[in-house]
Design a protein around this ligand. Structure first.
Ligand SMILES: Cc1cc2nc3c(=O)[nH]c(=O)nc-3n(C[C@H](O)[C@H](O)[C@H](O)COP(=O)(O)OP(=O)(O)OC[C@H]3O[C@@H](n4cnc5c(N)ncnc54)[C@H](O)[C@@H]3O)c2cc1C
Length: 414
């Protein structure tokens, strides 16, 4: 196959797609509207902190096979770190109680019978209720499928599902939650080890991918915003980028790996998710105290997950639409008060901080929005779609975006 594959968008979906195509010897042209690659998964130098930070803390689990495969292909699997065994530290800030959730590695979940491995105040049978998610009916919400109250809900399922789906879990798609559960907890603790890009997302997912692509002859064009797709005879005839046009010959194809609102503007009649949820991250330039876990789940606070990097403490708040209009300094103060109480670091002075609000962090993982997700294949003969918002069967995650890129590459003929 000799044609050029035009990949539009250098987020993880576009990078993963370009990588697989280039590996199989296809000629790839990669376009990105921004001045840098990474999209919603990026690192950048924050001048006010004097640090390189991520737009948002990203958590992977060891069962995310595509993300690990991608990291391996770009030579970056060492950049993802986490405990050797599955262990999640939690703090209930309302009671001061701390615990560590420790599912056993194998598929048979004997850990639920061991009190020190499970959530305080819960019994083994409580855990079985979430199994309903694995068999959820099409269109059902989590609220319609499992019990959404009680200590296990408050201390495990709500925080875990909120971060996996980035939406208040009761209204989220039970099918999407089931897919996450099937590939993680239900697959055993070996599939649930937390993995974090300790030196940043750029270092783990983006820079090594660009180096690998360049070594294969793919030089991304930055600042190339696709403004129009010209269609002729059921196929894409040209891509228009403002001052540049790429005409497509026979054998050429396009993978559109841009966000859904852009894809809808460019592709006539495309149905795609159109409701989104925010994520707010707070970064504090301060060294974590000795013994601070890499990741701490916090209950009863605005702070949901506290990440400890060598040079900063960073907080993630999912489904954060209610905070989007809040004053940034007020947010920083509130969050720091919680973090200092959890870590024992001084409450004052407020360390140098940064608040990053990502308004359209993910599509809203409701049954109705999930239904709007299109297949990678379109009705145009030489146009495919990729992105976390396409029909991956997963919520909007790194894993979903990489799988979508792989799938598009396979369909194009990698
Ligand atoms: C704050 C935050 C925290 C998150 N936390 C997690 C987490 O813990 N774990 C997890 O697995 N996932 C997490 N995610 C989700 C994850 O980041 C996304 O699922 C993933 O990065 C999406 O990649 P993508 O390539 O599908 O889309 P995008 O990253 O949106 O990539 C699309 C690219 O297309 C480019 N583009 C747009 N328009 C055009 C155009 N007209 N022409 C050319 N290029 C264009 C954009 O600039 C962008 O680079 C988080 C997301 C955010 C925002």
């Amino acid at each position: 196959m000799s044609g050029t594959i035009h990949v539009v968008g250098a987020g993880l979906a576009g990078l993963a797609c370009a990588l697989r195509l280039a590996e199989s010897g296809r000629r790839v042209a990669l376009y990105e509207a921004a001045r840098m690659a990474g999209g919603r998964c990026r690192s950048y130098f924050d001048a006010s902190l004097g640090l390189t930070i991520d737009n948002g803390n990203h958590l992977l689990l060891s069962g995310n096979w595509a993300a690990r495969d991608y990291a391996e292909r770009i030579g970056a699997n060492g950049a993802l770190v986490g405990p050797d065994d599955c262990a999640f530290d939690f703090l209930d800030a309302t009671t001061g109680e701390r615990w560590t959730l420790r599912p056993n590695a194998a598929r048979i979940p004997w850990w639920i019978f061991v009190p020190e491995r499970r959530i305080p105040g819960t019994g083994p049978l409580d855990y079985l209720d979430a199994g309903r998610l694995l068999f959820a009916r099409e269109g059902a919400t989590i609220g319609e499928t499992m019990r959404c109250e009680g200590p296990l809900w408050e201390k495990l399922w709500r925080p875990v599902l909120l971060s996996a789906l980035n939406i208040e879990p009761e209204e989220a798609s039970a099918r999407l939650a089931g897919a996450v559960l099937r590939e993680t907890l239900a697959a055993g603790g070996a599939a649930c080890r937390p993995l974090v890009a300790k030196d940043g997302l750029g270092d783990a997912f983006i820079e090594p991918a660009l180096l690998t692509l360049r070594a294969k002859g793919v030089e991304p064009r930055f600042g190339a915003r696709l403004r129009e797709i010209a269609f002729e005879d059921s196929r894409v005839a040209a891509l228009r980028f403002g001052d540049m046009e790429a005409r497509l010959e026979n054998g050429d194809a396009v993978v559109l790996a841009a966000p859904p609102w852009i894809a809808q503007e460019l592709v006539p009649g495309l149905a795609a998710p159109d409701d989104f949820r925010a994520i707010v991250n707070a970064h504090f330039k301060i060294a974590p105290p000795p013994g601070q876990p890499l990741l701490l789940g916090m209950i009863g606070t605005l702070t949901e997950w506290l990440f400890a990097f060598d040079d900063r403490l960073s907080v993630t708040i999912s489904g954060a639409d209610r905070l989007i209009d809040d004053a940034r300094e007020e947010l920083a103060k509130k969050i720091w008060a919680e973090v200092s109480a959890a870590t024992g670091l001084p409450a004052a002075p407020l360390p140098p901080w940064q608040i990053v609000k990502e308004k359209r962090a993910t599509f809203a993982a409701t049954p109705a929005q999930d239904k709007r997700r299109p297949d990678a294949k379109t009705s145009w003969r030489n146009l495919w779609l990729a992105g976390d918002w396409t029909k991956t069967g997963l919520p909007a995650t790194i894993e979903g975006s990489i799988r979508s890129g792989y799938k598009a590459a396979e369909l194009v003929g990698a």
